[in-house]
Design a protein around this ligand. Structure first.
Ligand code: FMN
Length: 378
């Protein structure tokens, strides 16, 4: 048995590269303490803000499951079936900053060697809002937070200057990051939304603003499905629903695709992978594309709220992987991080049975004339 699970990410040392992401598993002091006891290398707190938060009436999260015998895909058939995804419309922490401050300090004192990242969020439409970012950043780092994660990706904000509405605007992404960096004494991670056309642009913007890492991804915009009997959305309040966020197994391949785009564009930068991770084999996708840590939400929510069994499997899975691949010289994450980053190529670069049969979809196949510089060599 050899190899080490320790990693250093944005200058912070972790026992292992597995974190709980900002979500219900990290919404309280007791949850975070339990998470550290269970073995998570770090946690990102539920997002802390300056605005009072009032959630919708009724459940904030449900789990969509597939029943293979009947083909039913439903949130309302109990725990039977195969997990497809989580769906939520939960806002950020409903506890104010004053509630969080002493707790962050106590958590850090209880587990000085575990990594505590504070997720923070404010607006961007006025000087007062920009000051909120500064206040949150200063307060959390003063309590010993090892890093800050900027929530530029909450999908449930009506305000045009907050959450994923910041994450959809390159200028705002960059500016908000810069504002926090001016006061930050600890590393700053920017959590991006997948709800944009080309996430590479927003990643570039936050790096220009000084971000030390990008965390990706938050949940994907989605709606609960309609119950064919009642003709109501499976989750609704008084018959009404709004766009919420999809997480869990269904988003793993999509989250991986977003990550591949960014790690290729910025191979020297640091990335924390999120989306659909429950097993080491899932996390491995993000590591092989270049991520230095990964984060988990849905799988942990379904495992005693903080994922004690999930973290055990992740750690055991990584140890087993290192042992099995010792002959490749893998002794730690750094030895296989980014190994497959350059294997994602444009479609026309994929080999055809006969090279001469395919011309990259250009004029030889009867399509439009290529741009002078864009015709790929096949
Ligand atoms: C109920 C719920 C609440 C969440 N709240 C937050 C939040 O406050 N801040 C944040 O950055 N992400 C939040 N997220 C997003 C998760 O941190 C994570 O990015 C997303 O669920 C994808 O990971 P998963 O597939 O492991 O669930 C939330 C997710 C869920 C399901």
């Amino acid at each position: 048995m050899g190899g080490s699970l320790e990693v250093t990410f944005t200058g912070i040392r972790f026992d292992n590269p597995f974190l709980l992401s900002s979500a219900p598993p990290t919404e309280s002091e007791s949850n975070i303490l339990r998470a550290f006891e269970a073995g998570w290398g770090g946690v990102v707190t539920k997002t802390i803000g300056m605005h009072p938060v009032v959630n919708v009436a009724g459940p904030k999260t449900k789990f969509l499951r597939y029943l293979p015998e009947s083909g039913v895909l439903s949130m309302n058939r109990g725990r039977q079936g195969v997990l497809h995804s989580s769906w939520n419309w939960e806002l950020i922490s409903d506890k104010p900053l004053d509630w969080w401050i002493p707790r962050l300090g106590r958590i850090k004192k209880a587990f000085p060697d575990k990594v505590l990242i504070a997720s923070i969020m404010a607006g961007s439409g006025s000087d007062k809002e920009l000051d909120h970012w500064r206040t949150l950043a200063r307060a959390c780092q003063e309590q010993g937070a090892d890093g800050l994660e900027l929530n530029l990706s909450c999908p449930h904000m009506d305000r045009p200057d907050m959450g994923s509405n910041i994450g959809k605007d390159q200028g705002l992404c960059s500016f908000v990051t810069q504002v926090v960096k001016e006061v930050a004494k600890v590393p700053v991670w920017a959590k991006l939304t997948p709800a944009t056309a080309d996430i590479v642009l927003e990643a570039g913007a936050v790096f220009r603003g000084g971000a030390d890492a990008v965390s990706s991804t938050n949940t994907f915009p989605s709606l609960p499905l309609v119950d064919p009997e009642t003709l109501e959305f499976e989750m609704n309040v008084d018959g009404y629903v709004s766009f919420g966020g999809l997480g869990g197994p269904a988003i793993l391949p999509q989250a991986v695709a977003k990550m591949a785009q960014m790690t290729q564009a910025f191979p020297e930068r640091e990335f924390s992978g999120i989306g659909g991770i429950a097993e080491f084999a899932h996390a491995l996708n993000f590591f092989l594309l270049g991520c230095g840590t990964v984060q988990v939400c849905t799988a942990a929510m379904l495992d005693h709220a903080v994922g004690p069994n999930v973290i055990k499997r992740l750690v055991a899975g990584m140890r087993e992987f290192l042992d099995k691949n010792a002959h490749r010289g893998f002794t730690r994450l750094e030895d296989f991080r980014g190994l497959l980053r350059d294997r994602v190529v444009s479609h026309s670069q994929i080999r055809r049975p006969e090279d001469s049969d395919y011309q990259g979809g250009y004029e030889q196949e009867g399509y439009a004339e290529p741009e002078p510089t864009s015709a790929p060599k096949v």
